[in-house]
Write a protein that binds this ligand. Structure first.
Ligand SMILES: [Mn+2]
Length: 194
């Protein structure tokens, strides 16, 4: 695959939210995240930084209802952009894994860019300001289903901010490894990952 083509832009507008995502898988450093939820911005900046990609996200949602629609729709739009940027997934390493501690917390993450979206979650987290624990889990589940990425995530710890941040960092490192281009073949005995 031509490396410079691994980029995507995706816009999505509904009566609940408006989200735009632009990302470049093979270019790092251009990071700008504004979802209207500062903690989600913090998590997505961490994801972009540690997976070494360029990511711009602008979202406006009905936060007067609660954060659910915005969290979900950012995950849908980012997921579709990731799928588009990955393309036919030719030449990628496909698998990646990481263990990331953060003080009292730790996250273990395995990624398979299989084309089949599935989120396998163990552990639990409480709420932080702007993102309840149930919506943290919902973010990853939605991201996986919309990107065709299979993620195993196991978290434990005491501080919910640390738990969620270690999870985003572990996902970032595992994803960075998995998306690395190392050959020309589609890494599947079936010959297809899309
Ligand atoms: Mn933090």
């Amino acid at each position: 695959m031509n490396k410079c083509r691994r980029s995507a832009e995706f816009n999505r507008k509904t009566r609940e939210t408006e989200v735009s995502v632009s990302l470049k898988l093979d270019e790092s450093g251009d990071i700008s995240i504004d979802t209207g939820i500062p903690f989600l911005d913090h998590m997505l900046e961490s994801f972009a930084k540690h997976s070494r990609l360029s990511l711009r996200i602008k979202a406006r949602g009905d936060l007067e209802v609660d954060e659910h629609h915005t969290v979900e729709d950012v995950a849908i739009t980012l997921g579709k952009a990731l799928a588009a940027a990955l393309g036919d997934r030719r030449g990628i390493r496909r698998f990646g894994s990481a263990v990331v501690p953060m003080d009292d917390a730790v996250a273990i993450c395995g990624v398979d860019l299989s084309g089949r979206g599935y989120f396998n979650f163990e552990g639990k987290t409480g709420d932080v300001k702007g993102v309840r624990g149930e919506n943290f889990e919902h973010f990853f589940d939605t991201l996986c289903r919309n990107s065709g990425i299979n993620v195993y995530l196991n978290v434990r710890g005491k501080n919910s901010h640390h738990i969620m941040e270690s999870a985003f960092k572990a996902f970032a490192l595992a994803f960075r490894e998995a998306r690395t281009v190392e050959g020309d073949e589609i890494p599947s005995t079936k010959g297809s990952l899309d």
